[in-house]
Design a protein. Structure first.
Length: 189
């Protein structure tokens, strides 16, 4: 009887844990602030995980104001403002939560503005920037659709249109991709 109770408790624990993950993501999708970002698409296939689109956001590269000191691996908050196109741009970067709309990320490496090469040290003066990862740089899609998305992106770029990502951001700055907007329509999760 104790063995059955033990297995039941373990099963309940794992179900509660996974249920919590699902509930949190649903909460962000329902109550977060919706923003649009311009993105570029990269490598559409992973043999072990399936088709995905590797995304590079305009806000991944942030210029640092002169005198700003941020370390590699630091958790940062990037302030956002809506531009004339309806997409959002970064307006500042900080290691403390700012007022207004922001997105939370992590500094992965430094960028030398002239050479565009990673510089792995603490930046204290400009003109340099940082590369910030937000945890949404991969968007998994249905199997065998990566090539179609890649083609749609190429056609859109040829016509002067850019790929956009619809992202939900909760009040703590954590992002979750809701969908991709292509020339041919929207791909939702």
């Amino acid at each position: 009887m104790k063995l059955i109770t033990g297995f039941g408790l373990i099963a309940f624990f794992w179900l509660a844990l996974w249920g919590g993950f699902v509930a949190f993501n649903e909460y962000v999708l329902k109550s977060g602030t919706e923003v649009l970002f311009y993105i570029e698409q990269r490598d559409p296939r992973d043999f072990f995980k399936g088709d995905y689109v590797q995304l590079q956001f305009d806000i991944n590269q942030i210029k640092l104001p002169e005198g700003t000191s941020i370390s590699q691996g630091a958790v940062v908050y990037v302030s956002l403002v809506k531009n004339a196109d309806g997409c959002y741009d970064s307006t500042g970067i900080s290691t403390t939560r700012p007022a207004g709309l922001f997105i939370k990320g992590k500094v992965t490496f430094f960028i030398n503005e002239l050479a565009r090469l990673p510089k792995r040290e603490t930046v204290t003066t400009g003109p340099q920037g940082v590369w910030v990862d937000y945890g949404i740089e991969r968007f998994y899609i249905r199997e065998n659709t990566g090539a179609a998305i890649e083609k749609a992106v190429r056609e859109g770029v040829a016509e002067g249109k850019r790929l956009k990502a619809r992202v939900m951001i909760d009040r703590w700055g954590r992002p979750l991709i809701k969908g991709l907007i292509l020339k041919s329509g929207e791909i939702s999760i």
